[in-house]
Write a protein that binds this ligand. Structure first.
Ligand code: GUN
Length: 284
């Protein structure tokens, strides 16, 4: 039986409609949510992502401040911009687009974002809060994956979940979020032995490796929920995920497409986090 496709486009549209409604409520209190995005250098993929965020903000009624900085920006200069945005009460969310040029240490930059404005959820404070089960701004891609998973009606509680990839942006917070939702979580990575067998036991399989076709059909358990975080350029130049889609879809119960899947949800969750940051500022 072929899998049901999880429609990221429709889910993201629902979330953005809710964000728009929340933004209108804040307007009544005289607050306009504002997201500042810092892009250093001219990585073409990053430029596309940042332009998408600008459009999403406009669609949701969120104000956006885009700072496009030259590739030779120093760490001190970037930290200076962050200090200014951190102190600006009109700015509710701050996002530094990754990757950063080699002269800049991403950990130091992320740590300079005040946790209550950290709409990426990447600061040590928010990561620690996620891991210890405290309210926090949750990283956008894992939050989007969880929303897609829950849209199937399947509860993660007690399920075997396998996350392939251990990045700070996706794999680690994804594992923490699944654990917080009572799944039994295994994290696999480049050094994992017997990876195919572990994946084949997963009722929930999240692929975040960045390699086209890495998850083959035989690695999918019949009926599994397969969530594909990969955004890769295939040999034919088309966008594709980490999952070999057609054979995986033959076995899975539910599967996310690329494009039209996790990427759109990540963007929607950034809007939701920005709204939340603005609401928190009002309550503070
Ligand atoms: N680069 C790729 N994904 C992301 C993300 O989720 N946040 C930021 N800031 N940069 C990224």
């Amino acid at each position: 039986m072929a899998a049901q496709i999880i429609d990221g486009k429709a889910l993201a549209a629902d979330i953005k409609a809710q964000v728009r409604a929340g933004v209108q409520q804040l307007a009544a209190a005289g607050v306009r949510p504002c997201l500042a995005v810092l892009l250093v250098g001219d990585d073409p993929a990053s430029a596309v992502y940042v332009a998408g965020k600008e459009r999403d903000c406009a669609e949701c009624g969120i104000q956006s401040r885009m700072l496009r900085l030259p590739a030779d920006t120093t760490q001190q200069q970037l930290l200076g911009h962050l200090a200014r945005l951190a102190a600006d009460d009109e700015v509710h969310g701050i996002l530094v687009q990754l990757p950063l040029p080699a002269q800049i240490d991403p950990q130091q930059v992320i740590a300079a974002i005040p946790p209550h404005k950290d709409v990426d959820g990447f600061t040590p404070a928010n990561m620690g809060r996620l891991l210890t089960g405290q309210p926090c701004l949750v990283p956008c891609t894992p939050a989007g994956c969880l929303a897609m998973l829950k849209s199937t009606g399947l509860s993660p509680a007690g399920r075997r979940a396998v996350v392939v990839g251990r990045s700070n942006i996706v794999g680690k917070p994804m594992a923490a979020l699944l654990l917080a939702n009572d799944a039994t979580v295994t994290v696999c990575h480049s050094k994992t032995q017997g990876l195919a067998g572990l994946c084949a036991e997963a009722e929930i399989l999240v692929a975040a490796v960045g390699r086209p076709g890495f998850i083959t059909g035989d690695m999918v358990r019949p009926g599994a929920v397969v969530i594909d975080v990969g955004i890769n350029r295939g040999q034919n130049g088309k966008l594709c995920g980490d999952v070999d889609f057609a054979p995986a879809a033959q076995k899975a119960g539910f599967i996310t497409p690329v494009p039209g899947g996790v990427g759109l949800m990540t963007r929607a969750m950034l809007m939701q986090n920005t709204l939340r940051a603005a609401q928190m500022a009002l309550e503070a």
